[in-house]
Design a protein. Structure first.
Length: 220
């Protein structure tokens, strides 16, 4: 089932594309002494609270850019992210079908890192901010398809398989908060490997959506 691309989706995709493109350009390697930085990470999201009752984390990706002057302990960070959660057995028993939940968000955050760590290999950061989160819950159904296949040795023969078909979806966009921190290790000038843990709380209808992704990525 095709879904209309929202402004939030476009912003996320543009952020991801910009980060990926920059990672492979010489210009990205030259910003080691600049107050600007970019980052890209893969993630495993842990569902929490009411969200954990119905879902289990699967995977995610996040990317964006930040700004912090060398003499400032406080910086800014703008990020696009998407995380996927599978519906667990409890949810499928209620809905009568399998499915998944997709969280897509754009956040504006404040970061804090003491000045003395700017020149150290280990770089701790505290992060907190607000964002717009889009939650889409898809239900799917496994269907069998059949037909005829052709082989140069055997000619036509019956064949088939299975595929997951989206049967229904429900979308909701709400504001949310996040707070967490990261530890980075400088690999080379202007390149940093980091691990980040951040709690997200979204004010969705009924009960809040809560999750805690663990992100591992590069900052340059």
């Amino acid at each position: 089932m095709n879904r209309k691309i929202s402004l939030l989706d476009c912003t996320l995709r543009m952020t991801m594309a910009f980060a990926l493109l920059s990672a492979w350009t010489p210009a990205a390697l030259a910003i080691g002494g600049s107050p600007f930085s970019m980052f890209l990470a893969g993630a495993y999201p842990f569902s929490l609270g009411p969200t954990h009752t119905y879902t289990n984390g699967e995977y995610g990706i996040t990317g964006g850019f930040g700004y912090q002057e060398a003499t400032w302990p406080i910086g800014l960070q703008f990020e696009g992210m998407t995380y996927r959660f599978g519906l667990n057995d409890h949810a499928t028993s209620i809905l009568g079908s399998d499915g998944y939940m997709q969280m897509t968000a754009g956040t504006a955050d404040v970061t804090w890192m003491p000045e003395q760590f700017r020149q150290e290999p280990l770089k701790p950061r505290l992060i907190s901010g607000v964002g717009i989160y889009n939650r889409v819950i898809h239900t799917t159904e496994t269907r069998f398809y059949g037909g005829s296949c052709w082989d140069p040795w055997y000619g036509y023969y019956p064949c088939g398989g299975t595929e997951d078909i989206s049967t229904n979806s429900k979308s909701e966009t709400k504001m949310g908060l996040n707070v967490g921190g990261s530890i980075g290790y400088q690999l080379a000038r202007g390149t940093e490997l980091f691990v980040e843990v951040r709690y997200h709380h979204i004010f969705t209808s009924g009960k809040p959506t809560q999750f805690l992704p663990v992100n591992v990525g590069l900052r340059w």
